[in-house]
Design a protein around this ligand. Structure first.
Ligand code: TYD
Length: 204
């Protein structure tokens, strides 16, 4: 089973995943946690380039760097773990590309969806979308640490990304489940965990 996690900057994705990791550490289920970009050694190098605020990268190069990270990651981590019947939790995946490079950078969504199809990338069984107002997310991101190349973009960039995520959810309502992430960290965790557990139970 393949589960991805999505949301704008400061949506609380990192805290949620930290809580899930903690929860599943003490359970018998065979789970594998990973992330994009940067789920492999090669990916870590690509991630560094992408997040460095001094990198000058045009939108298409950015797209292909992310896709290079993804192809390598799918081949070396995601597919092998799925083939072993593990539950794979991935922090960001294909919907990030449609939201950030399609919505945020104005590349054509259809081209990106075409690439995903052409590369035969596995589609998640479930995508958890954490939704918060952009102003709240950016405030949280600023409080947390120094801003990276994406976080430094203006508010309109982030508003386009949120809108793109909401459009994706409308397009794929069975796969993408939206959660109100304005609530406190623990309430979001409880809600998402219960949802994931019910999905895992359905599978068994
Ligand atoms: P993330 O690890 O979520 O950053 P943080 O740990 O600071 O929350 O993601 C790194 C950045 O990469 C994030 O700003 C979104 C961006 N990104 C894209 O633009 N497109 C993509 O396809 C992916 C996977 C990430």
């Amino acid at each position: 089973m393949f589960i991805s996690f999505e949301g704008i900057e400061g949506s609380g994705k990192s805290s949620l995943i930290k809580n899930l990791k903690n929860y599943y550490k003490n359970h018998a289920l065979d789970v594998f946690f990973t992330k994009e970009p940067g789920g492999t050694e090669l990916g870590e190098k690509i991630r560094e380039i992408l997040l460095d605020p001094t990198s000058e990268i045009d939108p298409s190069s950015e797209l292909f760097l992310l896709m290079a990270d993804r192809i390598h990651h799918v081949k070396n981590k995601i597919n092998p773990n799925l083939n072993e019947n593990k539950i794979v939790f991935c922090d960001r995946y294909i919907d990030s590309t449609i939201a950030y490079q399609g919505g945020g950078r104005d590349l054509d969504d259809k081209d990106i969806e075409g690439m995903i199809k052409m590369l035969k990338l596995p589609i998640p069984d479930l995508t958890i979308l954490l939704d918060v107002p952009v102003e709240m997310g950016l405030m949280r991101a600023k409080e947390r640490s120094e801003l990276d190349r994406f976080e430094k973009e203006d508010i309109d960039f982030h508003k386009k990304i949120r809108q793109s995520y909401l459009n994706l959810q409308k397009k794929y309502p069975d796969r993408i489940i939206i959660f109100n992430a304005s609530m406190n960290e623990n309430d979001v965790f409880e809600e998402v965990l219960n949802y994931i557990k019910s999905k895992i139970d359905d599978r068994d």
